[in-house]
Design a binder for this molecule. Structure first.
Ligand SMILES: C=C(OP(=O)(O)O)C(=O)O
Ligand SMILES: [Mg+2]
Length: 574
């Protein structure tokens, strides 16, 4: 056996065969052919095989993901049947006497370049992406290599990939995919966050899993510690079965707290909430006894769609979530596109630093047509529950005022149209940019609440990309610099009679929780699967003993590690 260590991204233990979600080598050389007819035949066979792949994938995708998601494959099949495309390839083989691979590449490159040049036409740009995809499939058949088709997985597997985008992750069928392991990524990459809400064990940032494992090889994934065991022995399998059982027993123990409040030993009450990406996540929120939704990442609504979602579609989604929570608070964050979250129909310019670029509220304020549609849907949905609207990536007070101003305008328009809007609506902002954490006293005068987004706040404060495993040693949640910023935000909000939540992954971190309880954070929002663990942890804490702990962490200690040990020792001595 071989053991490989990565970053533990989603709890749980799984044993299954490896499924390589890895792109095969599709390189080839240009050659001159003498028999064009034979070459055109090869092309036809490859086109035929590709169509038959796509028919199967489409059928399975429609069953597992829904009709709308499956329609992308129709577009791919239409390209394969388009005589303009296939005729141009045949023409090249006949006229230039080149091999089918070369003819395909040249024609596809030309089509892609033409479509990509239509920068003001999102539809045509999306067709360019479709042509690239289809070309890869035809090429794989010409070269006799197999492309991975995650939609076709029909047995229990552990997915092995270099990286998984959020949309790759959304396509994984939890019935068969027992875990995933990647070369790159960090604990707060969105694929890791999604793995936690899908309750799939995951390990990211192993650096070399794709070159260490072969397709079909037996694996154990220990998502609690971040270990992958390749070709385990019987003794190891038994050992991990015991670990999996202990994990299940622990979860059963936490289950007992499902209907309880989140209270410390000395009777202080906190709100333990969950983060969601789609209304489908509501079941997990309710099953885990969450007291609120502290973050609804609405960008997934945009990412799951083939065009900008309409006001009515959005209204339905928000209404479902608000009604599903039956009067418990729901913080809905407006679209946070950009960074690693892309929309095929809203092409963004290539940027040197997408995480520092055109994203989130910056796009919403620039494209206020998109923003106003979302705000109207939210305002209409506010009648169905306890809605809190939150703006992402606010860097300046002016941005918050502008966003809130647009919200007020849309509210006034709706009311003038005779519609009702809840009078219990709160408007707040994410604190995930250091500038807003530092100026929290000024922001606190303007907002109803803050929600600290540590996933980004840590990466921006430490200048350490949250998705880059090579700098993950600098991604330090307990660094005193981070803790000071957090404390500054909480204190500033309380001085103005406002509340502060945290919806970054640190809110569910066992080392952070005692510190955050000590600082008086009001709401802790996390992956639903962490809610009961955190509630159980809070029961062990006595807030009267926490002020020294916080003081040492913020003012005395100088490193992430010192603070980690400080809290570990404190918890051991409870
Ligand atoms: C919650 C956050 O937002 P996201 O992870 O979606 O960037 C954050 O940055 O902490
Ligand atoms: Mg963020």
């Amino acid at each position: 056996m071989t053991k490989l260590r990565g970053i533990a991204a989603s709890d749980g233990i799984a044993t299954a065969k490896a499924y390589m979600l890895v792109q095969p080598d599709l390189s080839f050389s240009k050659s001159t052919i003498s028999d064009s007819e034979k070459e055109i035949n090869r092309l036809h066979n490859a086109l035929q095989a590709s169509t038959s792949d796509l028919e199967t994938i489409r059928k399975i995708a429609a069953e597992s993901l829904g009709e709308e998601e499956a329609q992308v494959f129709d577009a791919h099949m239409m390209i394969l049947a388009d005589p303009e495309f296939t005729g141009a390839i045949e023409g090249k083989i006949n006229d230039d006497k080149v091999n089918a691979e070369q003819a395909l590449k040249e024609v596809a490159d030309l089509f892609v370049a033409t479509f990509e040049a239509m920068t003001d036409n999102a539809y045509m740009q999306e067709r360019a992406a479709d042509i690239k995809d289809v070309t890869k499939r035809v090429l794989s058949h010409l070269l006799g290599v197999t492309l991975p088709n995650p939609a076709l997985i029909d047995e229990e597997v552990i997915v092995i990939a270099h990286d998984l985008t959020p949309s790759d992750t959304a396509q994984l069928n939890g019935k068969f995919v027992k875990a995933f392991v990647t070369d790159i990524g960090g604990r707060t990459s969105h694929s890791a966050i999604m793995a936690r809400s899908l309750e799939i064990p995951a390990i990211v940032g192993t650096e070399k899993i794709t070159t260490s494992v072969k397709a079909g090889e037996s694996l154990i994934v220990d998502g609690i510690n971040g270990d992958v065991i390749i070709a385990p022995t019987d003794v190891e399998i038994a050992e991990y079965d015991r670990k999996a059982q202990a994990f299940a027993d622990q979860k059963a123990e936490w289950e007992k707290l499902k209907n309880e409040n989140s209270v410390t030993k000395d009777g202080k009450t906190f709100t333990v909430a969950a983060n969601i990406g789609t209304p489908k996540d509501l079941n997990g929120v309710i099953d885990n006894g969450s007291e609120a939704i502290g973050l609804y990442r609405t960008e997934f609504l945009y990412m799951d769609s083939s065009e900008l979602p309409s006001e009515d579609d959005q209204f339905e989604a928000y209404k479902t979530v608000l009604e599903g929570m039956a009067g418990k608070p729901v913080v809905v964050r407006t679209m946070d596109i950009g960074g690693d979250k892309k929309l095929p129909y809203l092409p963004l310019p290539e940027e040197m630093n997408p995480f520092l670029g055109y994203r989130a509220i910056r796009i919403s304020l620039d494209r206020d047509d998109i923003f106003r549609t979302q705000l109207r849907a939210l305002l209409r949905a506010s009648n169905y529950g306890k809605l809190r609207i939150m703006f992402p990536m606010i860097a300046t007070v002016a941005e918050f005022r502008q966003a809130k101003g647009i919200l007020e305008e849309e509210k006034a328009k709706l009311i003038a149209d005779g519609q009702t809007v809840s009078d219990d609506l709160q408007v707040g902002m994410m604190v995930e940019i250091p500038a807003s954490a530092v100026l929290a006293d000024q922001f606190a005068k303007e907002v109803d609440f803050f929600s600290i987004g540590t996933n980004d706040l840590i990466q921006y404060t430490m200048a350490a990309d949250r998705m880059n495993e090579r700098v993950s040693y600098l991604y330090q949640p307990y660094n005193p610099a981070i803790l000071r910023l957090i404390k500054n935000v909480i204190d500033a909000s309380h001085r103005e009679g406002k509340w502060t939540g945290m919806c970054g992954e640190a809110a569910g971190d066992s080392i952070m929780v005692p510190l955050l309880v000590g600082m008086g954070l009001d709401e802790f929002s996390m992956s639903a699967t962490s809610v009961l663990r955190v509630r159980s942890l809070m029961k062990r804490l006595d807030t009267t003993q926490l002020s020294d702990l916080v003081d040492t962490a913020v003012n005395v200690n100088t490193s992430n590690e010192e603070n980690q040990h400080l809290v570990e020792d404190f918890m051991q001595n409870l």
